[in-house]
Write a protein that binds this ligand. Structure first.
Ligand SMILES: [Zn+2]
Length: 232
């Protein structure tokens, strides 16, 4: 195993990892992804509220129509010339009028409560639309910023990858595979020296049998952190 070559490879790869992390951990990316969820939720809510408001307005219009009809009917009775009524009908008319007035006042209360409900739904709809628009604006701005950063960083990564490929081609494929597997699992650095009989990565003490094996083979896989330990 050519340690110098491997460490050189790891050093160059670290430059790539740093750039990749910059993209992964980008605040703009985090924000635009969050905003995507906010936009979606607000959109769903505003669609539902729009439907609900439409339904409520329809119901309100029907209630109002019933109310107006009742008021009109009551007015017709009240405005009738009492002289044209027979005495026995007069009592009936008075009682009917009282009933109608009661029913009208009840309808009026219902209508008012209903109108309040309609207004609160409409206000909720307005604030949701506002939230939606703000989130959309924020989403676009941060996505654009992230894309601008990617456009700068991605070619840099490609360039570095092209350079380390030259070392990769000379490396032991088995080691390279181990390296790439651990890299994917976000283990870094991957090749570490033995430090005072411990793993140079996780500082786990190595049993003497393992140290013997390390001396023999020149490398050892840490059982704890899976890094590859080399004899420094
Ligand atoms: Zn370890």
């Amino acid at each position: 195993m050519d340690i110098k070559q491997i460490l050189d490879y790891q050093k160059q790869d670290f430059e790539i990892i740093k750039l990749e992390r910059k993209l992964e951990e980008s605040e703009d990316k985090k924000i635009y992804q969050e905003m995507r969820t906010v936009v979606k939720d607000a959109q769903n809510k505003s669609n539902n509220l729009e439907k609900e408001a439409g339904e409520l307005i329809k119901q309100y219009t029907e209630m109002k129509k019933a109310y107006d009809a009742e008021v009109k009917a009551c007015g017709e009775i009240v405005n009738k010339d009492p002289k044209s009524l027979k005495v026995e009908d007069l009592d009936k008319t008075v009682s009917k009028t009282n009933q109608m007035i009661e029913s009208i006042s009840l309808l009026e209360k219902k209508l008012m409560a209903f109108a309040e409900h309609v207004n609160s739904v409409l206000a909720d709809f307005d604030s949701t639309r506002k939230r939606y628009n703000e989130a959309r604006k924020k989403y676009s701005a941060h996505k654009q910023a992230y894309e601008a950063m990617s456009a700068k960083i991605l070619p840099e990564i490609e360039k570095l990858k092209h350079e380390i490929k030259k070392i990769e081609d000379k490396m032991d494929p088995a080691f390279l595979q181990k390296y790439k597997q651990r890299r994917q699992d976000k283990v870094f650095p991957i090749f570490v020296p033995v430090v005072d009989k411990t793993c140079g990565g996780c500082r786990m003490e190595l049993p003497s049998a393992s140290l013997d094996k390390l001396k023999q083979k020149g490398f050892l896989e840490c059982e704890h952190c899976r890094r590859i330990i080399y004899n420094a």
